[in-house]
Design a protein around this ligand. Structure first.
Ligand code: BGC
Length: 704
């Protein structure tokens, strides 16, 4: 199809309509159908509220969507995109994205998004507003649940997985993905949603842009701006970022959509005097499609007449949108067919992901796994909750699919009962309840996570603490299952638990995943994708920070001469990459074939090849995430104490060993300097390989 011909035949009015997105629900179906008779709208968002993550939906059927597509095709011949926030599942819910990162299993994540894509197409969705790639170091921020965590490399891997999963491997894009929110939304000060952030060029490129870069390299079709302002410029009108960096440097060739009514919001923060000005600023900056606020739709004709926007700028934006539609094959086949998919397979992968994302934080004296014949007392309302465990952005998901934590336990161990902490007046706790072990499930509502749902304190609530106290009174071993959307601070109660599992908001199959892990049918293999602070006041705390110049080990600010704080330890409660197993892995020595390579050779593609042998010396066959971190020992800028550069999740049978190899080259050894240039410098590098970011097994390699 010659898209230039298509554009040449379009009127200015039609072109502007093509740059506009309207909302579409059951309520406005007829009105929108009528509208399409005359207007060449670019896309619909299948939602009617700005906080779609927690608002009730009024979905249309696939037949209705085909009907509306037919009107567009018959009247203009340009297919519509139907966008929706499918963040971590559509009908069957996967764990929240932060938990998906905890699985450290991008392959499994990619497969799950292939399944999610099947559910989407079956419901008339061909564009999903995911993956969310905002690097985040602040658990107070509600949207942390949607993000890949604190590490740029993990973010890159998750970006690749979701984009490939949605868009598919063929040349033709299956479901268009949308990398959001470009960029630095996770820096919102104090974790207050939508608030400003400050990011230097150095930090932007070495941390915040990297997951987006990976999405672009993997062909992501669309990008969405972030609401907030960085360094004084709202991202929705930041031409440097949207055009120079995203398109120019990163080579993005899809189109950019504004976030919900973000263009109009420029009139609130004093950047634009009216919506026309706002529209002009954003189109010029590089926003191609306007989400729902009609700033383009109502104003751009006038802007062209007044010579403020050129037809060329409009045509370029239209071209980018039509090119994506063409890559999706929509001109030939704009309609949705029934997709026969296996619910059972979707359940299975949801269970696998939930299992692999659960992190074992503590297991004193091998409390876990449990014996199925024991008497088990389960406490805490969260154990019976079907909604909160799905997390935010899951309202399309079928709540009847949720296997609760209690059901997951009960279905495996008959002698399980639920105890709600109420003791008959004339009895004592011990008389009333005869049990071998207590499982206390605590968590948070999905309603205090997600968009516009931040919290000021991440410490556990009094209610949580009361429940734990009550569990302790039974004088038996206490196992904690924590089901939260974000890291929470629980240092004050950690000694109350004999074993502790962090289960996140784990999706439809959380109960089965917990059940398998508790009784040893699966071995925990999740690792923390983000640092867990001891208390709110430590935020931000992240593993890839730099050292200070005080002759101290700045790594997690473990100051040798004086503490960071007098009222708490400097280290986090749990470090990035941490997670126990039921088995033990013994890491051998790191072997490196050639430990000195010249800078020229590195630039030409030569690599340091490292290998390490890992032995499973315990009683369980299990998966291990082998993590490779690098510390750049001498550089022209202060470099992080260490950075995750590669990882591999491997299954190692008990009593067996496995060799893992890592290839380290230009991609792992350089960094962006303060001028935004990627440089590789001569010097020594320490390569650590181990089971979390505190690994102390290292070799030194040098670039001469
Ligand atoms: C959110 C986006 C979302 C959009 C559409 C906005 O409020 O920030 O992440 O894709 O709404 O629902």
């Amino acid at each position: 199809m010659n898209l230039t011909d298509v554009i040449n035949k379009m009127s200015l009015r039609n072109k502007i309509e093509q740059l506009s997105q309207f909302r579409l629900t059951r309520d406005d179906f007829e009105e929108m159908k009528d509208k399409l008779k005359n207007e060449c709208i670019g896309s619909f968002i299948l939602a009617d509220s700005a906080t779609a993550g927690n608002a009730e939906l009024k979905p249309l059927t696939r037949e209705q969507i085909n009907e509306i597509q037919k009107v567009a095709m018959e009247n203009h011949g340009i297919p519509l995109l139907f966008g929706h926030d499918v963040i971590h599942g559509h009908k069957i819910c996967m764990p929240i994205p932060l938990a998906l990162s905890a699985s450290f299993n991008p392959e499994l994540v990619e497969n799950s998004y292939k399944y999610i894509a099947e559910e989407c197409r079956n419901d008339g969705i061909n564009w999903s507003f995911a993956p969310m790639l905002d690097l985040c170091r602040d658990p107070r921020w509600g949207r942390i649940i949607e993000c890949p965590g604190e590490d740029p490399y993990l973010g890159e891997k998750m970006a690749e997985a979701v984009v490939k999963g949605f868009q598919g491997d063929d040349d033709k894009i299956n479901i268009a993905a949308c990398a959001k929110h470009f960029v630095g939304y996770g820096t919102a000060e104090g974790g207050r949603d939508y608030h400003r952030g400050e990011i230097s060029e150095y930090t932007l490129r070495n941390y915040y842009l990297r997951a987006f870069d990976s999405a672009v390299k993997n062909g992501v079709a669309t990008v969405m701006n972030s609401f907030n302002e960085i360094n004084g410029i709202p991202n929705v009108c930041n031409k440097h970022l949207l055009t120079d960096v995203l398109r120019g440097e990163m080579g993005f060739d899809g189109f950019v959509i504004s976030d919900w009514a973000a263009i109009e919001q420029l009139t609130n923060n004093g950047i634009a005097e009216d919506k026309q000005k706002a529209a002009e600023l954003c189109l010029d900056a590089g926003i191609d499609m306007d989400m729902v606020d009609c700033c383009y739709y109502d104003n751009l004709e006038k802007s062209v007449e007044e010579g403020k926007i050129s037809i060329k700028t409009i045509d370029e934006a239209v071209m980018r949108i039509l090119s994506v539609k063409e890559k999706m094959g929509l001109f030939e086949n704009p309609y949705f067919e029934t997709v026969e998919y296996s619910k059972e397979k979707h359940r299975q992968i949801s269970k696998e992901l939930a299992t692999e994302s659960i992190v074992l934080l503590k297991n004193n004296n091998n409390t876990l796994p449990l014996d199925k014949n024991q008497k088990i007392c389960v406490m805490g309302q969260m154990a019976n909750d079907k909604r909160a465990v799905l997390g935010s952005w899951s309202l399309d998901c079928d709540i009847n699919e949720t296997v609760t934590i209690y059901d997951g336990i009960k279905s495996r161990a008959e002698n399980t009962f639920y105890f709600d902490c109420s003791i008959p007046k004339d009895r004592t706790l011990e008389d009333t309840y005869d049990t071998d072990v207590v499982i206390v499930v605590i968590g948070e509502s999905d309603k205090i996570t997600g968009e516009a749902n931040s919290i000021a304190s991440i410490e556990l609530s009094d209610e949580h603490k009361h429940l734990i106290k009550c569990a302790k009174k039974l004088n038996k071993k206490v196992i904690g299952i924590l089901s939260f959307g974000r890291p929470r601070a629980f240092e004050s109660v950690i000694d109350d638990f004999d074993a502790l599992l962090y289960a996140w908001h784990g999706g439809s199959q959380i109960g089965n995943a917990i059940g398998d892990i508790l009784f040893g049918d699966s071995c925990p293999s999740g690792k923390l994708p983000i640092t867990f602070p001891r208390m709110t006041g430590q935020i931000p705390i992240y593993y890839n920070c730099t050292a200070t110049g005080k002759g101290v080990d700045g790594y997690y600010n473990k100051i040798l001469s004086h503490p960071n704080y007098w009222d708490t330890e400097s280290s986090p409660l749990f470090p990035f990459g941490f997670g126990l197993s039921y088995t033990q892995f013994e890491y051998g020595q790191i072997n490196v074939q050639q430990s000195v390579i010249s800078l020229e050779e590195i630039k030409e593609g030569k690599t340091f090849d490292l290998s390490i042998n890992i032995k499973n010396t315990g009683d369980f066959s299990a998966k291990e995430v082998v993590q490779c971190y690098i510390k750049d020992c001498l550089a022209s800028m202060v470099r992080p104490q260490r950075e995750l550069k590669l990882f591999e999740k491997v299954m190692i049978q008990k009593d067996k060993s496995q060799t893992v190899t890592f290839r380290i080259g230009a991609e792992q050894l350089g960094f962006y300097n303060s001028q935004g240039k990627y440089i590789i410098e001569k010097g020594d590098f320490r390569v650590y390989i181990g089971s979390d970011c505190l690994a102390n097994n290292y070799v030194t390699i040098s670039i001469k």
